[in-house]
Design a protein around this ligand. Sequence first.
Ligand code: AMP
Ligand code: GLY
Length: 417
Amino acid sequence: MGKRVLVVGGGGREHAIVEALSRSPKVEKIWCAPGNAGIAALAECVAIKDTDIEALKVFAKEQKIDLTVVGPEAALAAGLADSFRSDGLAVFGHTASAARIETSKEFAKELMAKYGIPTAAYRSFTDFAKALAYVESRPFPAVLKYDGLAAGKGVIIAADRDEAEAALRDMLLDARFGEGKVVIEDYLTGPEFSFMCFVCGGKVWPMPLSQDHKRAFEGDKGPNTGGMGAYTGLPFITPEDRAFALVNIMQRAAEGMVREGCPLTGVLYGGLMKTLDGVKVIEFNARFGDPETEVVLPLIQSDIYEIFEAVATGCGSPIPEWDDAATLGVVLASKGYPGSYGKDFPIEGVEDARGMVFHMGTKREGESLLTAGGRVMMCVAKAGTLAAAREAAYSDIARIRCSNLFFRKDIAHQAFE
Ligand code: AMP
Ligand code: GLY
């Protein structure tokens, strides 16, 4: 019998997950909660919020879902996987306790210290005066990380004492942030890249490396965003760097989590930096990265359902196979993003694209496709070389017409420098 799969989430990442699942001969039908206008072409979208665990569980039982695949960290942090598993439902995604590798900076730093995983030196504080004294004793810039799930907004790079003091005040004295704990770490430099692995306990299956572009504007300038583009095939990371990171970072983290009594059962995302001193961890995430997933999953050649199932159930060890082509994706975002922006602008020409178009924030009204979010869609192209993938992705960008979108023209610039 064909498998019935529920994907939780509704962005470009989930569109890429649904697209990969739609290629599986084992999968009969896919539902996506809440999904989006692009996902609707491949899956039945269900209007349930990604954190409404009870409603999702009722739905999974009613529809006899064989496997639930979770995209967003908020759903995992809220205990979706724990709740599903306690009712005997198979789920690809970590328990809330395992998701602490992302949700608590201090937990992640302690894990790295205990298991010898290379990362920046750090200390954590709850006391404002002690935190400030420590910052003053170290060189600037200082990296201040609020300890909690802050959707990327909890990291401040303070150039001097005044900036550090203001940020520490916010994080430790102002209730706005919550419980008030901060990790202060040394500032590292070097190219950043993303290493995602499927992890089931101590078993780690690596995916191709990718690189995200977090800043809004060309030349990596402007405010931080959810990601303006990504690509695979990073010329500045050698096979030796990757092998080092797999053994000393990803594998060690997976084994450490088993020893800590909170094994991983989903994706472990290493946000890594190649420093002069070797590859080090900037952060871990307990989920697929966005927009990295949109450039990585188009390369999977194995049946992704079998991999999700093996991770979710702990049974079997399928080895994922990957196309060795390069992929490059460019995000079309609403003008004004990541600040305030307008919605409901018509988008035309998506059907003329020759590569893949993953929807991030769109909606359909009658025959029209409209913008409905900050990041709206991502054009992804696959080719034999990165230069050809770049050419193809930007040709597709030019085919899409909308009066309220902008994009970065320099995706993958580090690969061509
Ligand atoms: P995070 O949320 O931990 O990934 O931090 C967001 C961004 O801040 C990272 O992508 C880095 O660009 C930067 N960052 C975080 N930690 C450090 C560090 N120790 N040294 C330099 N940059 C950092
Ligand atoms: N692309 C960064 C993230 O998913 O957190």
